[in-house]
Design a protein around this ligand. Structure first.
Ligand SMILES: Nc1ncnc2c1ncn2[C@@H]1O[C@H](COP(=O)(O)OP(=O)(O)OP(=O)(O)O)[C@@H](O)[C@H]1O
Ligand SMILES: [Mg+2]
Length: 246
């Protein structure tokens, strides 16, 4: 691939030299396949330019970027060579929406990205506070950017004035999600952003439908995580599972 051309078109921070760290991440993220996906998204107007890396994780990197109309978007780019595809498989096997996916690394990662898009669509339609999903192609998911110049902070990193009200908001969203037939399955203060004085659930790729054999187990764990976090803040957070399922 012509890296210089790719970088020049999509990654160069106009008028500003980016650091060595950002360069290194970019070289890792944009392998041949991913770079090709970027070109395809650009041709369809879904991506014009990627700015800074918002987050670097084991499975995905999140970039702030812009589409052709100049709308700011979050671009979550899953790594194909992810280390954790075995554990991803546990959340795909048994999900009737993805029955035809075979246990092959690339298939799993692409299905995962598709799964996050579908879960976001379902939860957004159900009225949950989640990033609005826009599009996904291969291993790239495009959604609403939560935050202003920088990404919004995680719930775990903010000091809440009214934790019991925030607990209520999270509980209400969990109920809506459950009604829509989905369990988040990795919900905690690490996967909730704090923006405009409200909690926003993110990172829902591992979410499973209620028909999944482990859905109930995952829901109980989500409830425990949420209760535990808010209890630490002095909230009387109890009976969440019963509240959601009752
Ligand atoms: N829509 C968004 N708007 C703004 N920031 C976002 C958005 N989605 C994700 N982020 C940021 O990127 C980080 C990682 O996103 P996410 O939790 O979805 O990925 P992850 O799979 O947990 O990645 P990791 O491998 O790091 O665990 C989040 O903690 C958040 O800071
Ligand atoms: Mg996360």
């Amino acid at each position: 691939m012509d890296w210089d051309r790719f970088e020049d078109k999509f990654l160069r921070e106009k008028g500003r030299d980016k650091g060595a760290e950002q360069r290194k991440i970019e070289k890792e993220v944009f392998d041949e396949f991913t770079a090709d996906t970027v070109w395809k998204l650009a041709r369809r107007g879904h991506l014009d330019f990627l700015g800074g890396v918002v987050s670097t994780g084991k499975e995905a990197n999140v970039f702030k970027g812009w589409d052709r109309e100049g709308n700011v978007r979050a671009y979550k780019i899953y790594r194909i060579e992810t280390s954790n595809f075995q554990s991803m498989w546990d959340y795909i096997e048994g999900d009737k929406r993805f029955e035809r996916v075979r246990p092959v690394k690339r298939h799993i990662v692409l299905a995962w990205c598709q799964k996050e898009l579908k879960n976001l669509q379902t939860s957004h339609r159900a009225g949950c506070r989640v990033p609005e999903p826009f599009f996904s192609l291969n291993n790239i998911l495009i959604m609403q950017f939560i935050g202003n110049e920088f990404g919004a902070p995680l719930l775990k990193d903010v000091e809440l004035d009214e934790p019991s009200q925030v607990y209520r908001l999270v509980a209400e969203d969990m109920k809506k999600l459950h009604k829509a037939g989905i369990v988040h399955a990795d919900l905690s203060e690490f996967n909730v952003l704090w923006w405009q004085e409200k909690p926003w659930m993110i990172d829902i790729g591992q979410g499973v439908p209620l028909s999944h054999p482990k859905a109930d187990q995952f829901l109980r764990r989500d409830c425990e995580n949420v209760e535990k976090y808010f209890k630490k803040l002095g909230v009387k957070a109890e009976g969440l599972y019963e509240e959601i399922t009752g």
